[in-house]
Write a protein that binds this ligand. Structure first.
Ligand SMILES: CSCC[C@H](NC=O)C(=O)O
Ligand SMILES: [Zn+2]
Ligand SMILES: [Zn+2]
Length: 405
């Protein structure tokens, strides 16, 4: 059987090597330009940092003065360890799931994270606009941004601060979420805040055979200990079910992982310095300013210094009740398609945080249910049926939120 045109286009998008650290954004922009032409969408590209395009495909609504709908997706993908893949990660190999070819797995880096979403938006717009000739009340902007995987500093951050973004008059946004091995659709209304902190200790050096006092390691070890204990208490909370017996999610607790350790030059030389880097993700209930002060105090107590490589200090969340006029429309469209919603705080960080900080309500959704979580993993794939269902999903959701009065 021949491949559907929508799947063919998806495969073409998956084959573009927008892989960090040297993403091919130029081929990606050309692809998106062609999509805009085919769909009759306005097309704009803006580079806030040279070579890092923010691409905007716009579909004007019948009431263009109403706040618009942003369909956000990042175009970059994370690196691969190719030797661990069964198929080349940028070939988008289509593998039948059974002898009859009832369904296919499409293997590609970025298939889950997040090209199924970005391309899902485009195919949904194609259906609504080109095939069904519908018109939406609100203007829709499908925004394709660079560099989310490395923090979005040269992408979404600058875009949200720009006059072009202000001109979009954004009222509501959709962005990525995460697959769910269980049945409900995970809807992320906030994110944990990344705190990437380095503790740097300096001390006396000397021969490795002596009792040297005030060494860098002696200063660093109690700091590591303290954070490991903190990690343990959070883990206990995480493992303790809610009163109603339901499991806690990562978004409800703060995680801390020791991810970088550096010290030493030679076995018999006591090192002059030692550093420990932690990846901490703070749940929105935490007072971020106080948390930061506590880390600084911890370092000072043991004679070390801190360096905050990343520190997010905004804990805005998006309302998931009638106070957010887009929520009921979203919820209704999603449940009409047979999904149960599971509301969550996103455990990691996405570009949604820039939108929420700017006051734009944003929901993170990746319409993959009863599917393994494969983002950033080897052999990332989506099923063809999942991609086709994503188009239905976005057609329903977009029509609902873009027609909110
Ligand atoms: C501090 S920005 C880091 C952003 C990154 N996002 C996707 O994985 C993350 O590690 O969550
Ligand atoms: Zn992503
Ligand atoms: Zn990612």
């Amino acid at each position: 059987m021949s491949i559907r045109p929508s799947v063919q286009r998806f495969i073409e998008y998956l084959r573009i090597k927008t892989v960090q650290p040297t993403p091919d954004y130029s081929t990606c922009t050309k692809f998106l330009r062609r999509q805009a032409q085919e769909l009759g969408l306005d097309f704009n590209v803006k580079e806030y940092v040279a070579g890092k395009p923010v691409v905007i495909l716009s579909w004007p609504g019948t009431s263009p003065s109403l706040p618009s709908i942003i369909l956000n997706s990042h175009t970059d993908v994370v690196p691969v360890f190719e030797e661990f893949w069964d198929y080349p990660p940028f070939d988008a190999t289509r593998v039948a799931t059974d002898a009859q070819g009832t369904d296919f797995k499409i293997y590609a880096r970025g298939s889950q994270d997040m090209k199924i979403v970005g391309h899902g938006y485009l195919e949904a717009i194609r259906r609504l606009k080109v095939e069904e000739k519908q018109q939406m009340l609100r203007t829709i902007h499908a925004v394709f941004v660079p560099d989310e995987e490395i923090g979005g500093h040269d992408g979404m951050k600058l875009f949200v601060e720009s006059k072009e973004f202000a001109a979009l008059n954004a009222g509501f946004a959709l962005d990525e979420g995460m697959a769910n091995p269980d049945k409900p659709l995970r809807v992320f209304y906030g994110e944990r805040a990344p705190c990437w902190v380095k503790f740097i200790a300096r001390g006396n050096t000397g021969h490795g055979s002596q009792f040297i006092e005030g060494t860098a390691a002696e200063k660093l070890v109690p700091i590591i200990d303290h954070l490991m204990q903190f990690r343990q208490t959070q883990l206990q909370i995480y493992k303790t079910p809610h009163d109603d017996g339901s499991q806690r999610t990562l978004g409800e607790v703060t995680t801390a992982n020791l991810t970088l350790l550096n010290s030493g030059v030679q076995h018999n030389v006591v090192p002059e310095n030692a550093t420990a880097g932690f990846d901490i993700r703070m749940t929105p209930a935490v007072d971020y300013t106080e948390f930061k002060r506590d880390l600084e105090a911890l370092a000072e107590k043991h004679g070390a210094e801190t360096e905050f490589v990343q520190f997010w200090d905004d804990n805005s969340t998006t309302a998931t009740d009638t106070s957010n006029p887009f929520w009921p429309a979203f919820e209704q469209a999603v449940t009409a398609q047979g999904f149960d919603i599971f509301k969550e705080i996103f455990p990691a960080a996405t570009d949604s945080r820039y939108l929420r900080r700017a006051g734009v309500p944003a929901l993170g959704v990746t319409p993959l249910c009863q599917a393994p979580i494969l983002l950033h993993d080897h052999n990332e794939f989506v099923k063809e049926s999942e991609f086709l269902a994503a188009i239905d999903f976005y057609a329903g959701v977009i029509a609902a939120v873009a027609n909110v009065h």
